[in-house]
Design a protein around this ligand. Structure first.
Ligand SMILES: Nc1ncnc2c1ncn2[C@@H]1O[C@H](COP(=O)(O)OP(=O)(O)OP(=O)(O)O)[C@@H](O)[C@H]1O
Length: 225
């Protein structure tokens, strides 16, 4: 089945007394072309949920399926390949490699499973053109503005054409007008490529741009207006 299906996810951490329950019962489903914002108080588990949806972390229990694949059933090697193929990540900080050029940074997701080929380079170049950085291929991240670095991060997240995009405060380090431009670009890219997009954010203006908003509080996720 296509789409993202998360059902009854729980996440708790052991402590010396009672386990610390972060996610009690979280369900979320999403289809290609849909986007959703996850909002909620600080410490409510938004980043934890995003990490579980992206298989960077494991739930304590629950069901997860992305385009028919159950990542919870995969071994470590399969999981690395699954993440590289199925999930594009955008973080608050761009996590670009400072010693690599813009183009090399965008090619990095290929290196998870193989070396990049000529077709990959073309894909990366055309994405960099799409995000407005065609003239900056050989620049290093330090030579770019914060907004430009986040454009590179968007191109990197999309370069393997994953069905699922996950973004954790993608505009959190940017001034308002740059944040608005990056949010618009993220949503344009998601819409034109019919990706599934989950964005964790404290920003009301970013959440307001999304098709759906879900509030995470006390370990439970609820759709809000
Ligand atoms: N490895 C861990 N062991 C124990 N507790 C953890 C661990 N990782 C996260 N937590 C706790 O889980 C809770 C949720 O953290 P998380 O970062 O997911 O929240 P958040 O909603 O994204 O917060 P913020 O909005 O401030 O970024 C926090 O109380 C945090 O301390």
């Amino acid at each position: 089945m296509s789409g993202l299906i998360a059902e009854h996810l729980k996440k708790s951490y052991p402590t010396s007394s009672e386990p610390l329950e972060i996610l009690r019962d979280v369900s979320l489903s999403l289809e290609a072309g849909q986007n959703v914002a996850i909002v909620g108080p600080s410490g409510s588990g938004k980043s934890t949920l995003l990490a579980i949806l992206g298989s960077l972390d494991l739930p304590t229990s629950g069901i997860l399926q992305v385009d028919g694949v159950d990542p919870l059933s995969l071994n470590e090697k399969e999981l690395a390949a699954y993440r590289a193929d199925q999930v594009g990540f955008v973080f608050q900080e761009h996590h670009l490699l400072p010693q690599c050029t813009v183009l090399e940074n965008v090619l990095i997701p290929f290196l998870a499973t193989r070396t990049a080929n000529a077709q990959d380079v073309e894909t990366a170049k055309s994405l960099l053109e799409r995000v407005g950085l065609a003239e900056r291929l050989t620049h290093r991240p330090a030579e770019l503005s914060g907004g430009e670095r986040q454009r590179v991060a968007l191109a990197r997240a999309l370069v393997r054409d994953p069905p699922l995009l996950l973004a954790d405060e993608p505009t959190g380090s940017l001034d308002q007008s740059t944040a608005d431009a990056i949010a618009e670009l993220l949503l344009e890219l998601q819409g034109e490529r019919q990706k599934m997009l989950v964005v964790v954010t404290h920003s009301q203006s970013l959440a307001a741009k999304m098709q759906r908003r879900c509030q995470l509080d006390l370990g439970v996720l609820e759709e809000v207006a």
